[in-house]
Design a protein around this ligand. Structure first.
Ligand code: SF4
Length: 703
């Protein structure tokens, strides 16, 4: 095995950087080396990718199932005992309270095969509608807005390589310098080629420092900002009338909504000056090509879907989407944030991005699964609503690849709900804060120890390949579902219905997705290796083996949008305030986000020494004026208090943030847990919580 090079992809974010792995001498870990043939990162990796082998080490990982003893402690157990215990816990809840008393919670890091199998397991074996996943917290607002404008949601409808060749990019609420550093080069090259970069962010981030223009609105006001820009586009006669006429519907209502948002009014709401608004419009409208890219900033709001729609409207009014080197796109966050929501672990979806409420979709998928369409449950609760119902009508939970004790909004309440469950089973690679609360913890394989596909932020389906065997005592998530299917019943043999070979699962996923919006039916593992990834939709168009395969679709919408009439739809939206405006008691806005050396809830990266020394803990970023007002000093503890709780972390005083706003990264548990404070107010369409803005007060903590 030694010196056998495996070309694969990083376990972390949605860029899914290519990397080569060589098994280390002990055969238990791998060495990472540059993989220049993968076009997305061309060999570059950030610190998280470079150090990813550290989490393979048995020193930080679970290698035996754990079962809670009568004394209340988690004790090592055999796989048979652990699976029996889960079947007993879940089966008992189902028998006593009905199928919907069992919840299933997945993750945006799961491979397509796992996400697909988990959705199928919930609906076919458990018969529960109560399944959702943490990707709901990540980009469901952009998915909803993209769906209603274009008839289809794929993060980027064009490859990243188009970015340097456009004329201007407005990057809204995204900080790739910290979240996906190898992607920053696309924006650097854009500028080298003469293009301009406009960054919209309340903080002067490392990405904003590179911008030609940085607009720093108050958190939660970027909907108004987009409307103000659209107002100026109309007022200055910069709309693309021919494009609006030929390729869109609904312009008049959207135009009227924008005209009600005068630049001076928008300046008052956002804090962005009228000259800055005018400059942004000029930079965006003058080039022949331009793009709007959004990320968590506009999405993680109680009005996230409308906020993204406002940015899409700006792109449509200027004739950008569906044209070469132009358009609107969303930068996904989690490793398989895109694919994870396409294949059935979302509460309202079936594989192939089909709708669970669509009778034809139900019939197609039910036929692939060998069950009757009527046996499939309907849509269930969204992620936060599901977690909020734990211990009430949901009595047992199976959780895979997520750590909501750290990552959910109003986390102390969610932790309490989890503790009130009759039964909790968690599959993870490490003992996360959520796994610590479980009745049974199953140690599962990860990234370099298993094969499976992911779909990156460009809609490029990729094959992650196994480089080393898992440690003894560890099984894959697919094996877990297989074992539970055998115990929890249902018709047919689990060997056939829940295969453990990822390629076999993918072959079934292909059939289940066939004809759906996210059609993977023309993609095979072999093609993924030979072609370095394939963009969906990729239908299987061959009648015979000799016929030409579909090449995949790197660029969407060039001829028509995926709506019934082929036209993009303007959606009129109006400004509204954040769910929790500052007041006398809570006078400051808190916004949350990430730092370069940690990933999501930190379950993996907090266990990597190099990353931990670079980013050892949470902090409260605040402006010197605010620091002076509360008497805070650099590095000294500051308490941040919201209506939901209190968090304490050292002050980081900087002029790069607005004086009415504080920032906390959300990767840590304990007293510095940012999500203790966040507001679970949900977007009415996407059901995404408002992580990006809540009212807080600050107190300096005296030793
Ligand atoms: Fe991994 Fe993302 Fe870093 Fe690339 S940018 S190495 S995918 S964490």
């Amino acid at each position: 095995m030694r010196n056998t090079l495996t070309s694969t992809h990083c376990p972390y974010c949605a860029l899914q950087c290519g990397m080569n792995l060589t098994p280390a001498a002990d055969g238990r870990s791998v060495e990472v080396s540059e993989r220049a043939d993968f076009p997305v990162n061309r060999g570059a990796l950030c610190g998280k990718g470079r150090t990813s082998p550290a989490v393979l080490s048995s020193a930080v990982r679970l290698t035996s199932p754990l079962v809670r003893s009568a004394a209340g402690t988690l004790e090592p157990a055999s796989w048979e005992e652990a699976l029996d215990r889960i079947a007993e816990g879940i089966g008992g809840a189902r028998a006593e309270h009905g199928a919907d008393a069992v919840g299933v919670f997945g993750g945006g890091g799961l491979t397509n095969e796992k996400a697909y199998s988990l959705g199928k397991f919930a609906r076919v074996v458990l018969g529960t509608s109560q399944i959702d996943y943490n990707g709901r917290f990540c980009m469901s607002s952009a998915a909803a807005a993209g769906g209603r404008a274009f008839g289809l949601d794929r993060g980027l409808p064009f490859p990243l390589e188009d970015i340097p060749r456009t004329g201007c990019v407005i990057l809204v609420g995204s900080n790739p310098a910290e979240t996906m550093p190898p992607a920053l080069r696309y924006f650097t090259e854009l500028k080298e080629n003469g293009g301009t970069l406009i960054v919209v962010d309340p903080r002067r981030t490392r990405t904003a420092e590179q911008a030609d223009l940085h607009l720093a609105p108050r958190p939660g006001t970027d909907l108004a900002l987009a409307l103000g820009l659209l107002h100026l586009v109309v007022a200055e006669g910069r709309t693309d009338e021919e494009y609006i006429r030929e390729r869109t519907t609904g312009w008049e209502d959207t135009r009227a909504a924008a005209m009600a948002h005068w630049p001076e009014y928008v300046e008052r709401i956002t804090g962005v000056s009228v000259p800055q608004l005018r400059k942004a419009v000029r930079l965006f409208c003058e080039p022949e090509n331009a793009m709007v890219l959004t990320a968590r900033g506009p999405e993680q709001q109680a009005k996230g879907t409308d906020t993204v729609s406002a940015w899409i409207n700006l792109a449509l009014a200027t004739g950008r989407p569906g044209r070469p080197l132009s358009g609107y796109g969303c930068l996904t966050g989690q490793g398989n944030g895109q694919g994870g929501r396409e294949h059935g672990q979302k509460a309202d979806q079936l594989p192939g991005y089909r709708k669970l409420t669509d009778p034809a979709a139900r019939a197609h998928v039910a036929q692939v699964w060998g069950v009757g369409p009527d046996s499939l449950p309907g849509p269930g609760r969204s992620a936060y609503e599901l977690l909020d119902a734990l211990g009430t009508d949901i009595r047992a939970l199976l959780l895979m690849g997520s750590n909501p004790v750290v990552s959910a909004p109003r986390a102390a309440h969610i932790e309490e709900r989890i503790r009130s469950l009759d039964f909790l089973a968690v599959c993870d690679v490490v003992l996360s804060e959520t796994a610590e609360l479980a009745d049974v913890v199953l140690p599962v394989t990860q990234w370099a120890e298993e094969t499976g596909t992911t779909t990156n932020l460009e809609g490029r389906v990729l094959l992650r390949r196994r480089a080393i065997p898992p440690p003894p005592g560890v099984r894959s998530d697919l094996e877990v579902l297989h074992g539970l299917a055998a115990r929890l019943g249902g018709e047919g043999s689990p060997e056939k219905r829940f295969p453990t070979d990822p390629e076999e699962v993918f072959e079934e996923l292909r059939r289940a997705s066939e004809g759906g919006p996210a059609d993977y039916s023309g993609i095979t593992y072999r093609r993924l290796v030979e072609e370095n990834g394939v963009f969906w939709p990729c239908p299987d168009q061959r009648e015979t083996a000799e016929e030409t395969v579909h090449p995949g679709t790197p660029r969407l919408f060039l001829d028509r949008f995926a709506t019934e009439d082929g036209r993009a739809r303007f959606v009129p939206v109006s400004h509204r305030a954040v769910a929790e405006e500052p007041d006398e008691e809570y006078p400051v806005l808190l916004t949350t986000g990430r730092v370069v050396a940690q990933y999501q809830s930190g379950a993996q990266t907090r266990r990597v020494e190099e990353l931990n020394s670079a980013a050892p803990g949470p902090f409260v970023e605040l402006h010197p004026r605010l620091a002076q007002r509360i008497g805070a000093a650099e590095g000294e503890p500051v308490a941040v208090v919201s209506r939901r709780g209190r968090a304490v972390a050292p002050a980081r005083i900087t002029t790069s943030i607005r004086a009415d706003t504080v920032f906390m990264p959300f990767h840590w548990a304990g007293e510095g847990r940012a999500n203790t404070l966040t507001n679970p107010a949900l977007d009415p369409t996407s059901r995404m919580p408002e992580f990006k803005a809540c009212a807080v007060r600050l107190e300096a903590v005296r030793p």
